[in-house]
Design a protein around this ligand. Structure first.
Ligand code: CA
Length: 410
């Protein structure tokens, strides 16, 4: 994975998945660090990082402001300990990442930035619908670029010993990007893990692959949409994107399929065809092109044939669910239909609008969860657990369709 640290995957954007905490661990961590001692060691650790930044050519004016007023940030540490992609069911993930709102917004944004997207597609040979989908999932088309001030978030991680080497390097790169005048320091709002800008590059990726597409002399992936979209295309091209080839498509498995699957098990289409796999139309797969079969929810769920380009998307954020969300959203932006086969669950996931509505319903039912903001954080999860217990469901805090309906959602 080029963009982000393993294994604590931040995912992308600030979507709600990221907000699933390991509360117990976070509390245990806090208990180990007395408040004052923590503040003192953070301050001296930050001072050390600042010296290192200056030695590495970061401008003093940048370093002074970057580290000023730094505080211990419990949220950053908590997020660094959770790996949401691996715990959230795929149907939840898909339901809110590829929801009607993101499809409609994407179509509007593609229209608005049509010239830029076509120019980027032409120059880099990457499907503009994929670029738009990635933009939509990473930052909700530039609207949400992160809740954290990057220098403070990464300093917290380094000083708490969370992948210190990795985050130190990223922090220094970020400050160099600012020193060079590409991005303003105050624009460095990021994910907890330092991904920032319209398409959430981490600083080292930024340094390697960001491009100045609008030719104003600065590679600004925060304020320049052309720079951000072109940089994403540049990333995908570098990751092996092949022009004119799709990512893949949904297929149908033969009844009782027991054959192989997995992103790395590549075979020719005709081999898959011999195993009885067909297009949704029933047409048998044929030809020598290499592809893999992925079953994100096992044999009972939707099945997909994926090509090399799927792996290019995967390298942006190493999770199959992520690559599938981008791929499927790009299809929807093209006007293609939803995934045909239902996910194998009796309790589907919720869209973002439904998550917000769920919170409003919780408030209406008397649960004190503060303000409804559509984000399923620890407080909302606690309320959901109460609802689940009341209805004899497994109390895991998952914002699901059944919970939504129990609360009167329609
Ligand atoms: Ca520029």
């Amino acid at each position: 994975m080029l963009m982000r640290p393993k294994p604590a995957q931040p995912g992308h954007g600030r979507n709600t998945l990221r907000l699933i905490p390991r509360t117990a661990l976070a509390l245990a961590f806090l208990a180990l660090v007395p408040a004052n001692a923590g503040a003192a060691s953070l301050a001296s650790c930050a001072a050390g990082l600042k010296k290192q930044a200056l030695r590495n050519g970061v401008k003093r004016s940048v370093a002074d402001k970057a580290f000023a007023g730094i505080k211990f940030d419990e949220k950053v540490i908590r997020f660094s300990r959770s790996q949401p992609e691996y715990r959230t069911p795929i149907w939840d993930y898909m339901a809110f990442l590829v929801d009607p709102e993101r499809i409609a917004d994407g179509k509007a944004m593609m229209k608005k930035h049509d010239r830029t997207l076509r120019a980027v597609e032409k120059k880099y040979g990457v499907d503009r619908y994929i670029i738009a989908a990635l933009w939509g999932i990473e930052s909700n088309y530039g609207r949400h670029r992160g809740d954290f001030f990057l220098p403070h978030a990464l300093t917290n991680l380094v000083c708490a010993g969370r992948k210190s080497r990795f985050f130190r390097r990223e922090l220094l790169q970020a400050l160099k990007i600012v020193s060079r005048g590409d991005v303003r320091l105050k624009d460095l709002t990021s994910s907890w893990a330092g991904a920032f800008g319209q398409t959430q590059f981490i600083p080292s990726t930024y340094r390697r692959l960001a491009v100045d597409f609008d030719k104003d002399g600065r590679r600004d992936l925060v304020r320049s949409i052309p720079d951000a979209l072109a940089s994403t295309a540049n990333f995908l091209r570098n990751a092996g994107w092949r022009s004119g080839q799709g990512w893949g498509y949904e297929v149908r498995l033969p009844k009782g399929y027991r054959g192989t699957s997995g992103r790395k098990r590549r075979a020719s289409l005709s081999t898959w065809g011999k195993r009885g796999i067909t297009r949704l139309s029933g047409k048998r797969l044929a030809g020598s092109r290499k592809a893999a079969l992925i079953l994100p929810a096992g044999r009972k769920g939707p099945a997909f044939i994926v090509y090399r380009n799927f792996n290019a998307i995967y390298s942006y954020n190493a999770a199959e669910s992520y690559a599938l969300a981008i791929s499927h959203l790009s299809d929807r932006l093209k006007g293609r239909p939803a995934i045909a086969k239902a996910w194998p669950t009796s309790d589907p996931g919720l869209t973002r609008a439904q998550r917000l509505e769920l919170q409003k319903l919780l408030i209406k039912a008397g649960y004190d969860i503060g303000e409804a903001d559509g984000r399923i954080g620890p407080i909302t999860k606690k309320a959901i657990k109460k609802v689940q217990r009341k209805h004899k469901m497994k109390a895991n805090g998952r914002p699901s369709m059944k919970v939504y309906k129990h609360l009167g959602g329609t």
